[in-house]
Design a protein. Structure first.
Lengths: 455, 486
């Protein structure tokens, strides 16, 4: 295929205008010895029909689609209203660049302003940004921001945050004067408050806690924020499952200084892990150290309300090495999807979604916990995920479930060696009672078969 | 003109768009025992579906976009986004795939990633790629971290990174985030790296030189082999910012220029849509010497099976949850496959032809600071407009009235009042001519009627917006108190 719009005549006319005989002449500035003297070894050009066939084949090599799945762990399957897809594929939203020219970008800018507003309403914070790459880099950016604000070098990271977020925090801080210490968790699944007390010292600039945490457990954040504040330490509230904000108290009300995380749940399909949508919100007083694009309201020459990218003196294109972040292109179209999603769900619909997640997960937790050979690993309150411990090796159970076209939960052993045969299950509004019962029955059979096989 | 209000203004209690099915398990009050639940989300919208659909449809009409017309935003490569790429990226098997499902359930996705990595290696002449970085700036960070990790594995603690004065702001920012001090290298009278300044700046304390090639003036760094030699001779690495790969694709390869690491922008060279500011994708390619330091996991193939390799002890670690912006990668792969070897080469050929046509047509009117030959873009300055009290900003805003998106403004910093024009390969001669005509008319207007430019644009949904007020008195969200004012 070709996406060139010049005819042979056009090309000839243009070369004549430039005053050269061939296109090749325009490349004379590239020394001969570094010019490619052959064609690239890539597959021959595909037509549309051939592309469709090839990609259909590739997409159908993925077999996950046919399974009833209870995987979550930072990537959640939620309902996406039809109008989200319908509106967000419009070329007017898909094909512009970052809105550097506000007079021809009001659609993008006003949508982001609405996104920032709803992030503030959900988090209870003063200001939100236009987006970050994902929850993991959001967590890392929050640590860097707190570090700039406090000018100390120790950050306390809860062991119970998403392990991949912790990895990314470690990567981002590895060459800087930032020292990471871990806060353990208790049998409730919540952070160890006594441990936190011991770790907080005069070098601690921030504490980062995820709630609901990676195990699905709701953290006592108010108390954590209180202790941090007394120690002149900032508290960072991390969100991996953003639907939880539809029922749990806003982090800002619980005392958070910075709230950041992942909003994939707001209208982004699972998409094998990306693109997703990072967000960040903070108190007004910290705005000069805030990373990422921000949209603000202003007026035009006639006094009409309009929107522009603002406070850009924090950013790399102005401040260069002194910028608050190197981020440039972010996740604008994903933020648009989230904006449309939230506006369609509305206050009642979104809160109902959160309530249904909590109720259904509680039902599943109760049903599955009652099976022989299964034990809830933690006793704390959950939102829509929970950890079960199995007496038998999970690998065997999992294989039996897969024979029944069920993709069970996420085994924790790799990231938490101490949680052998412990598995994280996720239940959302997409699961019916029937789905949950099907899992319960299948698991019961699997556990029974296995025990039977041993005798 | 009817102005579209903020959605919050339309909100009334009782209006609903989406309903979920009735909860099918017994509701238990006890699930929230002992935790603080919220009673409402103050100010959150409550509107109907029709209102939402009309809201965004109306808002969309106030955006200018590539699908509508010419968008010569320099250094951003605003080419046409082929629709077939959107279609294949929307296939169910890709959309519903959970990133943590067992590898055998995601073999198609892993094949997409591996195939794309291999093709990018061939296109750039690098040895290995990682598709994990979310965008160009994150790719830069990864590249610099790999350099640092490699040097440290040799017991070297270098502290400085050299960067040309014409570089993108992300370069110094990424180097800084990697713990390096940044030192600027001057451009010479040709607009390219001053070799003497580079040689003088180079020492055993310098970890890397970051170079954009062709640079932000659209000028090819023809001394690139000498540049890499100078840097390598002192044990440093050469990082190439691949933002301008559109000028080179199929014609020459960074790997053959001896650069050690490069990032690409799939949302530039490889046609994936910019989405009004993302999502992008910033793959990083390296020579063998840096391969052990690539982010993890890295995709490998054993027999017929693809898998994620986590066992990479020297890796810099992970920079993104899961494996990158997967659906963006799918689009880029579709693009590469759609074009094949001849089509890929045609990208750089026509992009360079279009840019030179514009340059030739306007260089007698608009000032060019550097005379060097240019490839895919050219940078004019607003110098000749000074006498009329008009700036590059005014030209840019007036262009909007001619239904053309303005070029990149005031960048690179080494050109006063820069107007950086990158037409890309997809534009028709008619669109190029419309732009050229508009620029010529504006030059005349600047002299005859400067006010027309200074108060532009005139035909847009909003007129020139006051950015100073926005920054001085930031209003960053809607509040219920502002309801009456809308």
């Amino acid at each position: 295929m070709s996406y060139i719009s010049l005819s042979d005549k056009d090309q000839k006319d243009m070369l004549a205008k430039i005053g050269v005989l061939s296109i090749d002449e325009l490349f004379q500035c590239i020394p001969e010895n570094i010019r490619l003297d052959r064609n690239l070894k890539v597959p021959n050009a595909h037509t549309e029909l051939e592309l469709i066939k090839r990609f259909l084949l590739l997409s159908e090599k993925n077999t996950y689609n046919g399974y009833l799945s209870f995987l979550g762990a930072g990537a959640y399957k939620h309902f996406i209203p039809a109008a989200v897809d319908y509106l967000s594929i419009r070329g007017e939203f898909v094909s512009p660049y970052t809105p550097y020219q506000p007079e021809v970008s009001q659609g993008t800018l006003q949508s982001i302003f609405e996104f920032q507003t709803m992030i503030c309403q959900l988090t209870g914070m003063d200001v939100g940004n236009a987006s970050l790459y994902d929850g993991a880099s959001g967590a890392a950016e929050a640590v860097l921001m707190a570090n700039r604000l406090m000018r100390k070098n120790k950050v306390l990271v809860a062991k119970s945050i998403h392990p991949q977020y912790r990895n990314v925090i470690e990567t981002y801080t590895q060459n800087l004067d930032i020292h990471i210490e871990e806060i353990g968790y208790m049998d409730t699944g919540q952070v160890d408050l006594d441990g936190l007390k011991d770790l907080l010292d005069d070098q601690t600039f921030a504490v980062i806690i995820q709630s609901p945490n990676f195990f699905g457990i709701i953290e006592p954040f108010e108390e954590i924020a209180e202790r941090s504040r007394k120690n002149k330490t900032l508290s960072i509230f991390l969100v991996a499952e953003a639907v939880s904000m539809g029922i749990l108290e806003a982090p800002g009300k619980l005392g958070a200084d910075i709230v950041t995380g992942e909003t994939q749940s707001f209208g982004m399909p699972l998409s094998f892990g990306g693109p997703y949508l990072g967000f960040m919100a903070c108190s007004k007083e910290f705005i000069r150290q805030f990373p990422g694009r921000i949209v603000g309201q202003t007026q035009d020459l006639d006094g009409n309300t309009g929107y522009v990218l603002t406070l850009s003196t924090r950013e790399q294109h102005i401040r260069r090495e002194k910028a608050t972040s190197n981020i440039c292109t972010n996740q604008a179209l994903c933020a648009l999807r989230a904006t449309i999603f939230l506006e369609l769900m509305g206050e009642e619909g979104f809160m109902d979604m959160a309530r249904q997640n909590m109720q259904k997960a509680a039902y599943a937790f109760e049903q599955l916990s009652s099976l022989q050979g299964v034990k809830p690993r933690f006793s704390g309150r959950i939102f829509n995920e929970f950890v079960l411990g199995f007496e038998r090796p999970w690998l065997e159970i999992d294989l039996m479930l897969r024979e029944k076209k069920i993709c069970g939960g996420f085994p924790l052993k790799k990231d938490f060696p101490e949680l052998k045969n412990c598995v994280l299950f996720n239940v959302t509004e997409m699961h019916t009672k029937e789905d949950i019962d099907r899992l319960t029955t299948a698991l019961k059979e699997a556990l029974g078969t296995q025990q039977g096989g041993k005798q | 003109m009817i102005r579209e209000p903020l959605i919050f203004v339309l909100s009334e209690k009782g209006k609903r768009a989406c309903l979920l099915p009735v909860l099918d398990v017994d509701e238990k009050k006890s699930v929230t025992q002992g935790i603080t639940v919220r009673k409402n989300i103050k100010g959150f919208p409550q509107v109907s579906e029709v209102e939402v659909v009309r809201h965004f449809t109306r808002l969309s009409t106030t955006n200018y976009c590539v699908d509508e017309g010419f968008y010569p935003l320099g250094s951003c490569t605003m080419k046409y986004n082929p629709k077939i790429n959107e279609k294949v990226a929307g296939f169910e098997g890709f959309l519903v795939a959970h990133p943590l499902a067992p590898e055998e359930m995601n073999q198609g996705n892993l094949e997409v990633l591996k195939l794309t990595e291999d093709l990018l290696c061939e296109i750039t002449g690098m040895d290995k790629f990682s598709l994990q970085p979310s965008a160009g700036a994150q790719g830069e960070l990864v590249g610099m971290m790999m350099i640092r990790a490699c040097l440290e594995s040799r017991g070297e603690q270098r502290k400085v990174v050299l960067i040309p004065d014409s570089a993108h702001g992300t370069n110094p920012s990424s180097a800084h985030l990697c713990g390096y001090k940044v030192r600027e290298i001057k451009s010479n009278s040709r607009g390219t790296v001053d070799l003497q300044d580079l040689a003088a700046g180079m020492s055993e304390d310098v970890a890397a030189f970051m170079v954009t090639n062709p640079n932000t003036l659209g000028v090819f760094e023809s001394d690139i082999k000498e540049i890499t030699r100078i840097v390598h001779s002192e044990g440093g690495f050469v990082y190439m910012d691949g933002a301008n790969m559109n000028a080179l694709i199929g014609t020459s390869r960074p790997g053959d220029m001896d650069v050690d690491v490069i990032h690409l922008n799939l949302h530039k060279t490889f046609s994936t849509p910019h989405g009004g500011g993302g999502p992008g994708s910033g793959p990083v390619g390296v020579k063998e010497v840096l391969a052990p330091f690539l982010p993890k996991p890295h995709i490998e193939k054993r027999g017929e099976r693809y898998y994620f390799d986590y066992d990479r002890p020297q890796s810099i670690g992970q920079v993104k949850s899961f494996y990158g912006n997967f659906l963006v990668v799918v689009r880029a792969l579709s693009y590469i496959l759609s074009l094949g070897p001849e089509g890929l080469k045609e990208i750089s050929e026509i992009a360079v032809l279009n840019a030179n046509y514009i340059r030739k047509s306007l260089e007698d009117i608009y000032h060019l600071k550097y005379n060097s030959p240019t490839l895919h873009e050219c940078v004019f300055s607003d110098l000749f407009l000074k006498d009329f009290g008009v700036s590059n900003l005014d030209v840019a805003k007036r262009l909007i009235d001619y239904n053309v998106h303005p070029p990149t403004m005031s960048f690179p910093l080494i050109v006063h009042g820069a107007l950086m024009v990158e037409p890309t390969e997809t534009e028709s001669k008619r669109d190029l001519d419309l732009f050229i005509d508009a620029m010529k008319k504006i030059a005349i207007e600047a002299e005859k009627n400067p006010e027309l430019l200074k108060s532009a644009p005139h035909l847009t949904y909003v007129r020139r917006l006051n950015e100073t007020t926005a920054a001085r008195n930031p209003i960053l969200k809607w509040t219920p108190e502002s309801k009456g004012k809308e």
